[in-house]
Structures are given as structure tokens and as C-alpha cells.
Design a protein around this ligand. Structure first.
Ligand code: PLP
Length: 369
């Protein structure tokens, strides 16, 4: 790998291919694969990831918001794109860019029919979302008659899929609850299919659902975090490779005498001599203040250097007292095997999802092909 001279996020497409193939190997041959590329592809680069996965044969994409889908269309993605959480104000743009909405309540269903009718659409593909226990978005079982009657009044839309989302697919202590969600989903989809005169696709599993509930794969699965290299358990992590490496360089080294302080608000005061390195990465780049004051660390020449004092907007200072290094040397924030984003996230009791999606757009992305 190249030695960096600034803060960069390297994205390893070979690792992405490996993760995709591993997850696909868990599916039946005819189960479709939807790649979740919301939030800039979990903080990587949704357009590059999307194009690469499209070439590998992914069947579907999903994003959270309409603007994210438009960015994928502008990057040349042609596969269907499900917008998981569209707002009424964006529905016209969604249609213009051939994006497919998740319709999760009466309000968004009515709005969509109104706008699709005005746009003279016919059989426009939509996805009906049901709440089976997460209590976040989705219609209820009792809404089925209403949904079907609204849909039958118009030719504007066609239900491409019926789907739901598992609340605790990674947590096997909640297996009973999850099986109950799956049973609920079966009941709901059976009833709605009886009432429509065609059979939409069914889908329910995210990454941990794919790995833990093979009987709930239905017609398609939706994977996000697994593609980026995390399996939400030590066992599953072994089969996946994080795609991203966040690295930076040492800008300056300081000798700190006993009694001196480091950083804003003098949050760190030394009680002995130490050496610090100042790095060009801060909370505006995605390393939150919770990583400061000894919680988080970076790796320099294979050795851990804890963050000293408060995280600044554009910089952190780390303790290099026992590390042989100099200005210009490379620093690893997280990588693909020794210190992954999940390891670093654990130092502040958060999860890989939060850390990787926080890496701000200011950080240069470098693709390794
Ligand atoms: C984000 C999201 C996913 C992907 O979940 P992972 O745990 O990252 O695989 C799947 N489905 C829905 C509805 C989501 O919001």
C-alpha cells in the first residue's frame, strides 16, 4: 500500500468483491441481492461502490433519501434503486430519476399516487413497507385492506415488493422476538398477495439477518454493513474484510514537560515528560470528541498511541513517548485487520456503523482497484 502524505480513506474494491461473494454464498441461487449504499456507501463512496457492485451483478440498490438515489443515477447506475425513506417533497424528483419509493404510511401512499398520476405514470414500481416490531416505519396488518383499495383505484403504481425490517437480527438473545417478526411478515405478505392479483417480491433480512436467519431470505436480501466488511460478531467478522483504511501523517512533534498542558481547555496536564504528535484529522473529519482524553488511539509503526486531551476540529494530538517516529511518518486510524473501525468504535461504546459513516466528505477517498 502507498505511503500517505495527508489524511485519506483508502477503499479496497477487492475486499468489497470478497464480501459480496461471501454474502452471496449464503443465499439460494435465485435469491436477489440488494446492496445498501446509503450515507455515501457507509462513508466510503456510494457511486464508485455502486458501479463496481453493478458490474459484479448486484440486482438492486437501496439508499435512505431521494438525493442519494439521484447521485447514483448521475453516476450511471442503471439497476433499480429503492429509496427507503422518501419524503413527500421529493417524490416528483424521485420519479424523474426512476427511483422506487418505500411507501410506509397512508400519507406517503396518497402523496405518491397524487404525484405519479400528475406525472402520467403507469405501473410505477413501489415497495410497501410493513412494521413487524421495529416500530420505526411501516404499515400495520390492519392497513392491508386500505392499501389494496387505494392501489386498486389507480393504474399508476405496481407493488414490486413487500418488505419489513428486523429489530435485532444480530442479537441471538432476541431470537424468539425475531422469529415472531418473521411469522408476522409471513402472515402479512400472504394476506396482501391474496388480495392483489400478482405476487410481489418479499424481503426482510439485513446483513445479520442473512447470516443468522437463512429461512427468512425470501426473494431478496438487503445487505449494507457486511459489504463494507463487518459482520456484527467476531465469528462473522472472520469471513469478511473491512474495505476501508483511514490513515494520516504526523504534522508536528512536541516535547511536553511535566506540568504543561496539551490542547483546548488544557484538558490534559502532564505529570511527567512526554512526546506528542499532532495529526491532521479532527472532529470535522469524523473523529468525534468522545475519542479524546485517552479513549481512542491511533497506530504508528504498529504501536498504539492514545489521543491526548480534547479532539480539535481539524487535529488530534497523540502520545508517542514510547514510539520511534518522526514528522511525516504514516499514522493508521483504522485498517483492515489489526485495528478495524469496529475496534476503534468499541473504545467509545459505539458501533462500526457510526464511525465509518461519520468520516466526512473532506477526507479524500482513494480507490484501490
Ligand atoms: C440500513 C438498512 C439495511 C442494511 O442493514 P445492514 O445491517 O447494514 O446490513 C437494510 N434494510 C433497511 C431498511 C435499512 O434501513
Amino acid at each position: 500500500m502507498l505511503k500517505t502524505q495527508e489524511t485519506v480513506l483508502e477503499i479496497d474494491l477487492k475486499a468489497l468483491k470478497h464480501n459480496f461473494e461471501h454474502l452471496k454464498s449464503k443465499l439460494q441461487n435465485n435469491t436477489k441481492f440488494l446492496a445498501v449504499v446509503k450515507a455515501f456507501g457507509y462513508g466510503s463512496d456510494s457511486c464508485e461502490i455502486g458501479n463496481y457492485l453493478e458490474a459484479l451483478g448486484v440486482d438492486y440498490f437501496a439508499v435512505a433519501y431521494t438525493q442519494e438515489g439521484i447521485a447514483l443515477r448521475k453516476a450511471g447506475i442503471t439497476k433499480p434503486i429503492l429509496v427507503l425513506h422518501p419524503q413527500a417533497v421529493n417524490l416528483k424528483a424521485l420519479i424523474t430519476h426512476s427511483l422506487e419509493p418505500s411507501l410506509y404510511n397512508a400519507k406517503i401512499l396518497k402523496e405518491f399516487i397524487k404525484i405519479a398520476t400528475a406525472e402520467k405514470q403507469n405501473d410505477y414500481p413501489v415497495h410497501i413497507k410493513f412494521n413487524t416490531g421495529l416500530n420505526r416505519l411501516g404499515f400495520e396488518y390492519n392497513d392491508i385492506d386500505y392499501i389494496v383499495s387505494e392501489i386498486e383505484k389507480t393504474d399508476t403504481l405496481k407493488v414490486t415488493s413487500i418488505f419489513s425490517h428486523i429489530a435485532a437480527s444480530e442479537d441471538l438473545d432476541e431470537k424468539e422476538f425475531t422469529l415472531h417478526q418473521i411469522a408476522n411478515f409471513n402472515t402479512i405478505s400472504k394476506k396482501i398477495i391474496e388480495k392483489l392479483d400478482y405476487k410481489p417480491m418479499l424481503h426482510m433480512c439485513n446483513t445479520s439477518g442473512i447470516l443468522n436467519y437463512p429461512d427468512a431470505h425470501f426473494d431478496m436480501v438487503r445487505s449494507g454493513i457486511g459489504l463494507y466488511g463487518f459482520g456484527n460478531s467476531e465469528k462473522e467478522n472472520k469471513n469478511l474484510t473491512p474495505i476501508a483504511t483511514l490513515k494520516t501523517v504526523i504534522s508536528q512533534i512536541h516535547n511536553i514537560e511535566k506540568g504543561e498542558s496539551v490542547g483546548y481547555n488544557r484538558a490534559f496536564k502532564s505529570n511527567s515528560f512526554l512526546k506528542t504528535a499532532t495529526l491532521p484529522i479532527g472532529h470535522a473529519d469524523g473523529i468525534g470528541r468522545q475519542y479524546g482524553n485517552g479513549k481512542g488511539f491511533v497506530t504508528i509503526h504498529g504501536k498504539q498511541a492514545p489521543i491526548v486531551g480534547n479532539v480539535c476540529m481539524d487535529m488530534i494530538m497523540v502520545n508517542i513517548t514510547n514510539i520511534d517516529c518522526k514528522e511525516g511518518d504514516e499514522v493508521i486510524i483504522f485498517d483492515q485487520n489489526n485495528t478495524t473501525a469496529e475496534h476503534l468504535a468499541e473504545t467509545t461504546n459505539t458501533i462500526s456503523y457510526e464511525l465509518i459513516t461519520s468520516i466526512s466528505q473532506r477526507v479524500k477517498r482513494i480507490l484501490l482497484k
